[in-house]
Structure formats: structure tokens, C-alpha cells
Design a protein around this ligand. Structure first.
Ligand code: FE2
Length: 167
């Protein structure tokens, strides 16, 4: 994929200064780009559904890890953050239902929505918790070592990468 064809280009401006979280955000961006290619090239419903499944499962895993970090660090705005995560998953579900019920593809609408959601979420509330945790002296390094090992096990069981990297 050449640079001008990339749907969602990662920028250092999106970094929340926690490597494990940045890596996962970049992976979400990668899956969105993969979805964009599949939709643009009309790869077919089965291939697209596989990538969407991967996107949803990776998003759930990522949210769970982020929520655990905030909980462990006793972050005061944990509840509203969880509510944002929950709402996104509901919106995705609604888009999927709309897609199935109306039988007209809404993939581009979905991609545009996800891209803007992710940008706003990362640069807004994700940046906020990251700054707050680091200012409060929470040891992000120790958490990262533990989380990275656990995340590897979680994503192993999901096998999400096989779905979209093989496609
Ligand atoms: Fe988040």
C-alpha cells in the first residue's frame, strides 16, 4: 500500500506515551486500513466479515486491557471512560444490524465513523488518563511488562491476526 492510498495514517500526535497502548492503537489503525482495502477492492462479504470480526474482537481485547490499567491505577474517571467504550461497541453493533437489515453496504460510512471515533477518543480521553496516571506517579513500566505478557496470551486465543493478515 503506498502512502497516498493509506486510509488512516498513524501520526506521532496520537501517542499517549505508553508503548503497549500505542502499539494496540496502531494495530487498530492497521485493521481499519486493511478493511478499507477490502471494501475498496470489493473483496466480497466473507472476507470483509472476517476483518470486521477481527476488528471487533481486537477492540474488545484492547478496551479490556485499557480498563484494567485504569482500574489498577485507581483512575478517577474510569466509569465515564468505560461508558465510552461500551457505547462504541453498541454503535458498531447497530451499524452491523443496519447493514444486514437494509441490505445495502454501509462499509464506507462505518469506516469514516470508526476513523473519526478512534482519533477523537485517543487524543481526548485516552490522552487524559495517560497524563493523569503518569502525573500521579503510577509505574507504567511495571504495568507494561505484565500487560504485554498477558496480552500475548489473550490475542493468541483470539487468533484475530490470522484472520486479517491472511486475507
Ligand atoms: Fe480508551
Amino acid at each position: 500500500m503506498s502512502n497516498d492510498e493509506i486510509f488512516f495514517k498513524w501520526s506521532p500526535d496520537y501517542s499517549v506515551n505508553i508503548k503497549a497502548i500505542d502499539d494496540q492503537h496502531q494495530e487498530l489503525v492497521n485493521i481499519l486500513n486493511r478493511l478499507f482495502v477490502a471494501v475498496s477492492k470489493r473483496e466480497g462479504d466473507q472476507a470483509i466479515a472476517g476483518i470486521l470480526d477481527a476488528l471487533v474482537s481486537y477492540t474488545q481485547t484492547h478496551f479490556a486491557l485499557e480498563e484494567r490499567l485504569m482500574r489498577q491505577a485507581k483512575y478517577k474517571d474510569l466509569e465515564p471512560h468505560i461508558a465510552e467504550h461500551k457505547k462504541l461497541l453498541e454503535q458498531l453493533d447497530q451499524l452491523a444490524k443496519k447493514h444486514m437489515l437494509e441490505e445495502k453496504p454501509i462499509y464506507f460510512e462505518m469506516l469514516a465513523f470508526l476513523k473519526s471515533w478512534l482519533k477523537v477518543h485517543i487524543q481526548g480521553v485516552d490522552m487524559k488518563y495517560s497524563t493523569a496516571l503518569q502525573q500521579a506517579g503510577f509505574s507504567v513500566d511495571a504495568w507494561e511488562r505484565e500487560a504485554t505478557a498477558e496480552f500475548a496470551t489473550m490475542s493468541n486465543s483470539k487468533k484475530w491476526w490470522e484472520v486479517w493478515k491472511a486475507a
